[in-house]
Design a protein around this ligand. Structure first.
Ligand code: GLC
Length: 655
């Protein structure tokens, strides 16, 4: 394998990222490009990144056809094989160079980042070894300190005692805690994440021995709710270091701001028979199918907010490097493309379903996480220099919620409307805007849809509605209030009515129904892992339990959550904590399911803790924001040419 150490390599292109410039300290002087030009135009914010037009691709597709002059220049020296990312301290192995904080100081520095940084500033804010890990004093003593000198281990210590009373764990919970702790990955002696699975019988772990960003979220929440913030803080800061590290597929790099799908801590030899640990991220360039991890950055932002909310340590999100990382993700998501819709356009397999399953386009899961990440960012962005970005976020939130509420929603009434749709309507006033042919309504849906209840469909494209029920997207629409209050209630009602289909013997189905026969051949490309009612194709994933529990707590349906938790509790330990279950009712442990899957374990623990302490859980969801609803981007437009297409929307579902 090709390993290049920072000390011997040319400076990577990433040093042009102002955050990296900060890492270099005053030794390297150059003028970083203007970080972000914000141009507000006709009520719509355009965020232009001076280096490139970011997008979500793991390979050189010409889908959007953007030019990347800077990257292209770099490509002549490209290193096509995998390179390792070392911690970014250029002098001290395992010591990370980050910035000093202190809220007011950060706000000041934040402005400097956005307006250009002078070398003196670098010098002032360059400090070493301050990532909430043990700082090594000159005398060699190690003390866990954060950057302002506080002990950060167990930042939320006393959460349980203070808010919910001390709870006694059952034997299954105790077992789960032991397993969760066994899955912890350390980097230079400090906890930074949890492996995806810790299955001792697994002869071919593939990348399940890595820390996945999305998989770590329930682990993080379990630790946070337990009052152990250190691992989460370390995870957030270390993954930030990896953001868009220079990985390539066929000499093509992912967009700036992309967060990896996963990372691994590797031990590599250095001189004199010594070795050191390095963090090796995977942006999809090694993943099966070379899938782009669009959800990683969204989860990272959501987790950053959760860390602040649960620990009360808001200094992390105020740090200049963290603010910059968040803005890079947002720029990537908010960049203009050829797209016509406010929803994010992504390739197949760009989220939890990370292989071909016909979810390319505008899958609900990505939209719901995008919405939650935008809401999180709006809360966390420090004021200075972010006004235009916040305005862009507000506009997008408004447009996205309208789009999803209006066009993704189906219930019996709506399906009847679609059933009677006229087609080929050319005008701004079309009812059937996406030219959906009624014959597309699958026969299973006509029978299945209950008289009460409804859900958000999986995807919407021109002349295409994916009517499958995708659980994660629907649950996050509830949690983030992407859906209206009535829609959110109706989704839980539908799950209740269709309990046998969506929960069955193991909560919960990743999607319903499975694609079978010819459809399976066309949609999955004959994927033997995604056969009907297995894995991503209608398999049951216990990790979805925590998101279901959270949605139930939010909607006051605790009894539903408890019913599902009871089902899981009866089997998970006995079955050795499988990754997923197969068959229509989730009766069997999945064909190729890993055992001791960490997010199964953590999802169970998080669910248990949330029902014991709903007040704490309430920090993790969002209520309707009526201010967002009041904005209408079109109304801000001065141009007479632009007509508000909302006028033509018939049902006007807003609240
Ligand atoms: C599978 C899942 C993905 C998960 C990974 C690690 O690929 O589809 O969502 O992150 O395993 O558990």
């Amino acid at each position: 394998m090709n390993f290049i150490r920072n000390s011997t390599r040319k400076l990577p292109s990433r040093v042009l990222d102002p955050r990296n410039a900060l890492f270099l300290g005053s030794r390297h002087s150059f003028n970083p490009p203007c970080y972000e030009h914000e141009l507000f135009c006709k009520g719509k914010a355009f965020l232009l990144n001076s280096n490139e037009n970011p997008q979500f691709h793991a390979y050189p597709s010409r889908l959007l056809g953007f030019q990347r002059l800077f990257r292209n220049a770099q490509k002549s020296n490209c290193i096509p094989s995998s390179v390792y990312a070392r911690c970014r301290s250029f002098s001290v192995p395992c010591g990370l160079s980050v910035y000093s904080t202190g809220a007011s100081k950060v706000r000041h520095l934040s402005t400097s980042v956005e307006t250009g940084i002078n070398d003196n500033t670098f010098g002032r804010i360059y400090i070493q070894n301050s990532i909430s890990v043990k700082s090594k004093s000159l005398a060699g003593e190690e003390t866990p300190l954060d950057e302002v000198g506080n002990n950060v281990k167990n930042t939320g210590k006393g959460l349980e005692e203070g808010k919910g009373g001390v709870s006694i764990d059952s034997d299954i919970e105790k077992e789960a805690w032991n397993l969760l702790r066994d899955s912890v990955v350390t980097y230079c002696g400090y906890p930074v994440g949890t492996v995806a699975a810790n299955d001792p019988g697994d002869k071919q772990p593939l990348n399940y021995d890595q820390v996945f960003i999305r998989d770590f979220v329930p682990s993080a929440l379990a630790f946070l709710l337990k009052g152990e913030g250190e691992i989460v803080k370390n995870f957030l800061l270390h993954t930030l270091q990896l953001q868009s590290w220079e990985k390539t597929v066929d000499c093509y790099s992912p967009g700036q701001g992309l967060m990896p799908a996963s990372f691994k801590v590797r031990t590599v030899p250095i001189d004199d028979n010594k070795s050191e640990e390095v963090l090796d991220p995977d942006f999809g360039e090694a993943a099966i199918g070379r899938v782009a991890p669009v959800d990683s950055g969204l989860w990272w932002i959501i987790l950053l907010r959760a860390y602040g909310k649960i620990t009360g340590d808001y200094s992390l999100q105020e740090r200049v490097d963290v603010q910059t990382g968040m803005k890079l993700i947002l720029n990537l998501c908010l960049a203009d493309g050829f797209d016509m819709f406010p929803s994010l356009l992504v390739t197949d397999g760009s989220c939890m379903i990370d292989r071909r399953m016909g979810i390319h386009g505008h899958p609900l899961e990505i939209q719901a996480l995008f919405y939650a990440a935008l809401r999180s960012s709006r809360e966390m962005l420090t004021n200075e220099g972010s006004n235009n970005l916040v305005r862009a976020i507000n506009n997008r939130l408004n447009a996205l919620s309208f789009h999803i509420r209006e066009y993704y929603w189906v219930d019996m009434k709506k399906i009847n409307e679609i059933y009677r749709y006229k087609t080929e309507e050319y005008s701004m006033d079309a009812t059937n805007k996406f030219n959906i042919y009624p014959e597309q309504i699958p026969s299973w849906l006509m029978d299945w849809i209950p008289e009460e209840g409804g859900y958000l469909i999986g995807n919407l494209q021109p002349a295409h509605m994916d009517f499958r029920f995708f659980t994660l997207g629907n649950l996050w629409s509830i949690v983030s209030s992407l859906g209206t209050l009535r829609q959110n209630e109706a989704i839980l009602n539908l799950i209740e009515y269709k309990w046998n289909d969506i929960v069955g013997q193991m909560p919960l189905k990743i999607c319903y129904p499975a694609v079978e026969n010819e459809e399976w051949r066309i949609i999955t490309g004959c994927d033997p892992k995604n056969t009907p009612w297995s894995y991503h194709n209608g398999g049951s994933w216990p990790t979805l339990l925590w998101q279901f529990t959270l949605a139930c707590i939010k909607m006051g349906r605790l009894e539903l959550a408890n019913k599902a938790i009871d089902l899981a509790e009866k089997r998970l330990s006995r079955d050795h904590w499988p990754e997923y279950y197969d068959t229509r009712s989730g009766k069997f442990i999945g064909k190729q399911s890993r055992l001791y899957q960490t997010w199964t374990i953590a999802g169970f623990l998080t669910s248990k803790m949330m029902v014991k302490n709903p007040e704490m859980a309430s920090l993790l969801f969002w209520e309707e924001d009526f201010e967002i609803l009041e904005i209408c981007v079109c109304a801000l437009s001065k141009s007479g040419r632009i007509r508000c297409s909302r006028g033509a929307a018939k049902s006007q579902i807003l609240v």
